[in-house]
Design a protein around this ligand. Structure first.
Ligand code: PMP
Length: 453
């Protein structure tokens, strides 16, 4: 086998890329990353980039937190791996479950571990199917989510994800129902107030449940703020309107906090920011500050009791992954929670969120930015051809991709999502780094809008 010469060519020859626009890779090459410092990453050419996406939302403590690496090393030295089957589990797993219940909105609960957010959502669906089946409701299997939601890529979580790209896989599977995305600016009708929009969505939910039959619906999953859908905070009063409808019909509410959890919205949980208490929480990404692949499901007291009763009846919950509750992952998660909550990271998000918002507001004065939106340390700008009518640029112009590419050229990583540009930097970001982010993005906006206007 002869290897091609450059890192870029080697990457392209031997890797199958996920979620990557291949014509753009063929034209621009691959950024091959070697190391990181704080919120910066470096490529094989020694070029430095401010990663305003925290990797994939998850590297909240930056790329070189010494304490994190030490916690991992100490655990690798003690017990480098173990499972959580057959009545055995590591001490770290026990401690992390206690910690997760302690920092959750619940006074009691039960935790189950996976390797990723997708698996956590899949597992939660299986928990609901297992629970309803054991309670004599095996027909209670349908799952409610929303258009534009992102819940993962495994067959079930991809079916929950409300994105057209899943059609290439023949997904969603039957029984996954997508409701209207609660984005008022884009989906509010002409002349409709935000209150009316929310009432319409609550009515749509009620109508859907009546049409399908409440006794066929297993649960409702929602991200407090939609992340990969383009950073979409819910319309005002959305959860206060839909949750009573779900409660009325006895449908469990699951908060997918894979992005929002552990401080991204300014509180520990996104559901706290939006004033609701779900029946269970899905966590991943920030759970380990991105230093280990791990997901967790935290069942609140009611679901925990019901699931426990179901397990007692069947004598086993027949589910789990080889690396569920991996001791190194748990040790890293314990350290990450401590770092985020006790080393000033969560505080930094709260302190700098108003400055972040002010910067976004200023950038949104650009005539080709239709909306700025977000909360805490997750924000988006939406590009439009016409600010007054909200008419988007033609997709063929790839405006958001061009803006992101121009940023990359100048050492800033941000993410194009639909017609939006998304910023979700590490929680350690300083004022100066925030200014650097805004300056570079502003340059890119000016350049690209001048080209396409
Ligand atoms: N849920 C949400 C809200 C997510 O943002 C993601 C990942 N972006 C997932 C689930 C899936 O997580 P993973 O990529 O770890 O499978």
């Amino acid at each position: 086998m002869t290897k091609p010469q450059s890192w870029e060519a080697r990457a392209e020859e031997f890797s199958l890329y996920g979620f990557t626009d291949m014509p753009s890779v063929h034209e621009r090459g691959t950024v091959v990353v070697t190391h990181g410092e704080g919120p910066y990453i470096f490529d094989t050419n020694g070029k430095r980039y401010l990663d305003a996406n925290s990797g994939l939302w998850n590297m909240v403590a930056g790329f070189d937190h010494a304490g994190m690496a030490e916690a991992a090393k100490a655990q690798y030295d003690r017990l480098p791996g173990y499972h959580a089957f057959f009545g055995r589990m590591s001490d770290q797993t026990v401690m992390l479950s206690e910690k997760l219940v302690e920092v959750s909105p619940y006074d009691r609960g039960r935790v189950f571990y996976t390797n990723s957010g997708s698996e956590a959502n899949d597992t939660m669906v299986k928990i609901l199917w297992f629970l309803h089946g054991s309670e004599g409701n095996p027909q209670k299997r349908k799952i409610l989510t929303r258009w534009n939601a992102y819940h993962g890529v495994t067959a079930v979580s991809a079916s929950m994800t409300g994105k057209p790209y899943n059609e290439v896989f023949g997904l969603p599977l039957p029984g996954f129902i997508h409701l209207t995305c609660p984005h008022y600016w884009r989906f509010g009708k002409d002349g409709e107030t935000e209150e009316e929009f929310v009432a319409r969505l609550a009515q749509e939910l009620d109508d859907t449940i009546q049409r399908e039959g409440a006794d066929t619906i297993a649960g409702f999953f929602a991200e407090p703020v939609m992340g990969a859908g383009g950073v979409i905070p819910p319309a005002k009063g959305y959860f206060q309107a839909v949750i009573p409808v779900l409660k009325k019909h006895g449908i469990p509410v699951i908060s997918d906090e894979v992005i929002c959890g552990f401080g991204r919205t300014g509180n520990t949980w996104g559901c706290q920011t939006y004033g609701f208490t779900p029946d269970a929480i899905i966590s991943s990404k920030n759970l380990t500050a991105g230093y280990f692949p791990m997901g967790a499901i935290i069942l609140g007291p009611e679901l925990a009791d019901r699931v426990e009763a179901a397990v007692e009846k069947i004598e086993e919950f027949p589910h789990g992954f080889t690396a569920s509750g991996h001791p190194v992952g748990c040790a890293i998660a314990l350290k990450a929670i401590d770092v985020v909550m006790n080393e000033g990271l969560a505080e930094n998000v709260k302190r700098l969120a108003p400055r972040f918002e002010a910067g976004m507001k200023r950038l949104a004065e650009n005539p080709n930015i239709g909306e700025y939106r977000g909360v805490g340390f997750m924000w988006a700008l939406e590009a439009v051809k016409d600010k007054a009518t909200k008419e988007p640029f033609p997709a063929s112009l790839s405006v958001s991709e061009r803006i992101a590419n121009s940023c990359t050229d100048h050492g800033l990583i941000c993410r194009p999502l639909g017609q939006s540009i998304v910023l979700c930097p590490p929680f350690i970001m300083t004022e100066a780094q925030m200014d650097e982010m805004f300056e570079k993005l502003e340059e890119a906006l000016k350049k690209v809008f001048a080209e396409v206007a």
